[in-house]
Design a protein around this ligand. Structure first.
Ligand code: ADP
Ligand code: MG
Length: 284
């Protein structure tokens, strides 16, 4: 039967983001996460929202947050998604920036690379906003990627837009005025920054004003994970290669999927993630 936006029952707020807010809502006794965005009369913003919905509703991967349906009213766009427990940046805050154990990062890496590889191969898109707040965890330990709001269709693996993504997680090439486009390899950099943040508990560039941050990303040698800090050599190798300043030196998804650090967590049981994660969510 036809469902209207008014059939949803509000339960509670989840959070605000850059282009809307997310709430818990129920319908027929099932609880969903609903992202509500004000309908924009700015054309490119509305296109962005519609593309987000178009892509997310066609994605069938266990590593991508499921879209159950959507409503477009004269004033709002609402996207109903499966309800997840939390995102990784909130979990880090909850843990007082205590680093994640390496096996948990291994599970995150595996899921995110599978999701990105799926988006590229099946839908010819890059994500363009990979960061801890767009990586979600479910109560049973699944890791899933969300928010393709600014993902673009790959045109010969290059995206022709610059106004996308959170600058803190962008590769240095995305600030280069001489290159008018960037490739899927920019998402690999963002993955590297995100994994490094989970490994150390902190965003790896010194936090200063945003302008200075961009200068740091462009001018400094990239941050590196060191085996002296008790990370395995495989983990250091993968992260440090993702963080090469020259995009062409970064590994592609096929290579990341074959990397020993990724392979090691291919068949890791969900229960271990669940146990670790639920433990942290209950602590207060
Ligand atoms: P951001 O720009 O920080 O990613 P969003 O608008 O995408 O903001 O999301 C706002 C908050 O809602 C985030 O903290 C995220 O954890 C949470 N959230 C988004 N989607 C879901 C979901 N499907 N289940 C549970 N929480 C979600
Ligand atoms: Mg988000």
């Amino acid at each position: 039967r036809r469902v209207n936006a008014s059939d949803l029952k509000f339960i509670s707020e989840i959070g605000h983001g850059s282009c809307g807010h997310v709430t818990r809502q129920s319908f027929d006794g099932v609880v969903f996460a609903v992202k509500t965005m004000v309908r924009s009369n700015i054309e490119y913003e509305m296109q962005r929202v519609l593309m987000d919905i178009d892509v997310i509703s066609k994605c069938h991967s266990s590593f991508i947050v499921k879209c159950i349906g959507y409503f477009i009213t004269p004033s709002e766009v609402k996207v109903c998604m499966e309800l997840m427990a939390t995102c990784l940046d909130r979990l880090l805050i909850r843990m007082n920036h205590q680093p994640f154990p390496e096996p948990m990062i291994g599970r995150v890496n595996y899921a995110v690379v599978k999701a990105l590889d799926y988006l590229k191969r099946e839908h010819q898109i890059m994500h363009r906003d990979v960061k801890p707040s767009n990586i979600l965890l479910s109560w049973n330990g699944e890791v899933k990627l969300c928010d393709f709001g600014i993902s673009g269709r790959l045109i010969e693996s290059r995206a022709h837009s610059r106004q996308a993504g959170c600058p803190l997680y962008m590769g240095p090439e995305r600030f280069d005025p001489k290159s008018s486009d960037y490739t899927i390899l920019s998402d690999v950099w963002s993955l590297g920054v995100s994994l490094m943040e989970l490994a150390t508990g902190r965003y790896p560039f010194l936090m200063e004003r945003e302008f200075d941050m961009i200068m740091l990303i462009i001018e400094q040698p990239p941050p590196q994970l060191r085996a002296e800090d008790n990370f395995t050599p495989e983990f250091c190798d993968l992260v440090n290669n993702c963080l090469r300043k020259n995009p062409e030196e970064r590994p592609r998804y096929e290579a990341i999927l074959q990397h020993p650090f990724t392979k090691a967590y291919e068949n890791a049981p969900l229960e271990e993630m669940e146990e670790w994660f639920v433990g942290h969510m209950e602590e207060e």
